[in-house]
Design a protein around this ligand. Structure first.
Ligand code: PHE
Length: 463
């Protein structure tokens, strides 16, 4: 039976016909999607994987991946969302039907919704650590620590299920409350409040490190290119990260696209989002490296960089207490806006599918991810010994999402758009005037994106 919102022909619905609401302007969409893209991936992960893969060469490969795979795929997601104006599962189904194809393509949307829920459950655990460090730095507790003590402090946190549980519960409550207020009063308002604060904090922190002693060293580390550093492994990591940092493969960008005003340019908006996301990752690195270099530690310290190395470094520098506080505040805000977008595809889907209210949908899903997250955090302590498929629960959640669901759903979206969706729809929706640019995009989405993601997918499975 056709879905009630399905229409034949061009579904140029008016804004009022959107079930969930519409962003007030193209800029709100750009900042909301940037809020989704900018998250722990930019501030926590990017600096340490650049460190692990040796600096400038990795950055160059990463930038190419963003341009050749990330941007075309993000345009594809926004295109489907904006044309169908529904949650990802129904959006792909609607587009498939209108293009005369099987509705089974909606499996791509399902995978995305599922991945969002699973990622949220461990994102919330890491966000909980950030909140704990935010509180600790506001109380001045992160002082007079050596690396030993800082490491000890972090391990004590991991071993303490109660504290972690408390922060996880708080984070779920904050995010679900914003979602429950709806697209305009919740998501849009949070974007308007949080994004300027996030950029302001970043600029203040950068101002601090630019004037400090180790800025040039950090700059050179990030931008000096040495071809011998290039490795196959680094290229795979770069592509995987490009995908994650732009929030691709789980319908987050698709669902935000479905709230986008009809008349704005998709390619311009997507290029702006990708540029802002990259800018934030580079700025965050230029904040973190000088601090790390000044304290004589190593940027390749791995995941512990933010919770062990940085607190020690903050402690050693003048004014470090305030800087530490601002820093963890910045990370917490970035995590909230990303987490919102992890859940919105599922929230919108339940509203459409079960016909329930937004509040009910949020309560149901909130309870679900709260439970899942509790299992994930317990895998650091109470459920320490539980191993499923050779992995702890936390690592299993990470693996199933980042290595399986996201790439698979990304490939399916690229294949659907490139090979199955009516070309006239693509032209109409993208409205790129320059024929060559359209052809370039089409080529990238048909061949380059699916092939590149497939390579990463296969490699990840082998590890
Ligand atoms: N892009 C976010 C980050 O960099 C993570 C994320 C992935 C958020 C997918 C939403 C969807 O941290």
């Amino acid at each position: 039976m056709p879905l009630p919102w399905a229409r034949s022909g061009n579904p140029c619905m008016s804004i009022a016909e959107t079930l969930h609401g519409t962003w007030a302007s193209r800029w709100v969409f750009i900042f909301a999607a940037t809020g989704s893209a900018v998250g722990l991936g930019n501030i926590w992960k990017f600096p340490y994987i650049v460190g692990q893969h040796g600096g400038g060469a990795f950055v160059l490969v990463y930038l190419s991946c963003i341009l050749a795979v990330g941007v075309p795929l993000m345009m594809a997601e926004v295109l489907i969302g904006r044309r169908a104006r529904r949650s990802p599962v129904n959006a792909v189904a609607t587009m498939a039907r209108e293009s005369g194809r099987s509705e089974h393509w909606q499996i791509a949307g399902f995978m995305g919704v599922l991945a969002g829920l699973l990622i949220f459950s461990f994102y919330s655990v890491v966000a909980g650590w950030v909140l704990e460090y935010l509180l600790a730095s506001s109380r001045g507790e992160l002082i007079n620590m050596g690396y030993q003590q800082a490491g000890e402090r972090f391990r004590t946190l991991l071993a303490d299920p109660r504290t972690m549980f408390g922060w996880h519960t708080l984070f779920v409550t904050i995010v679900m409350s914003i979602l429950a207020c709806g697209v305009v009063h919740g998501l849009e308002r949070a974007t308007r409040l949080i994004m300027p604060a996030l950029f302001a904090l970043l600029v203040v922190l950068l101002g601090y490190t630019v004037t400090g002693g180790y800025f040039t060293q950090a700059w050179n580390f990030l931008f000096s290119f040495e071809s011998r550093q290039l490795s196959w492994e680094a290229a795979l990591a770069a592509l995987g990260h490009a995908f994650f940092t732009l929030s691709l493969g789980l319908g987050a960008i698709m669902v935000y696209g479905s709230y986008m005003p009809k008349k704005s340019s998709i390619s311009g908006a997507v290029l702006t989002i990708a540029a802002l996301d990259t800018l934030v990752a580079l700025m965050a690195s230029l904040v973190i490296y000088p601090i790390v270099f000044a304290s004589g530690s190593d940027p390749a310290a791995g995941p512990g960089l933010m919770f062990i190395t940085l607190p020690v470094a903050f402690d050693q520098m003048p004014g470090g207490q305030v800087i530490g506080l601002l820093f963890f505040g910045l990370v917490a805000l970035a995590a909230i806006t990303s987490a919102i977008s992890l859940m919105e595809p599922a929230v919108a889907f339940l509203i459409e599918h079960l016909g329930i209210s937004r509040l009910q949908s949020c309560m149901l899903l909130g309870a679900l991810v709260w439970l899942l997250g509790t299992a994930a955090l317990a895998s650091f302590n109470v459920l320490n010994g539980v191993v499923l498929f050779d992995r702890s629960i936390y690592n299993l959640l990470d693996f199933v999402t980042a290595s399986i669901l996201l790439p698979l759903s990304g490939i399916l979206v690229a294949l659907f758009i490139g090979w199955r969706m009516k070309r006239t729809y693509l032209r109409e929706e993208l409205a790129i005037r320059n024929v060559w640019l359209f052809r370039l995009w089409y080529l990238l989405i048909r061949f380059v994106a699916p092939a590149a993601i497939a390579v990463v997918f296969v490699q990840n499975l082998r590890h």
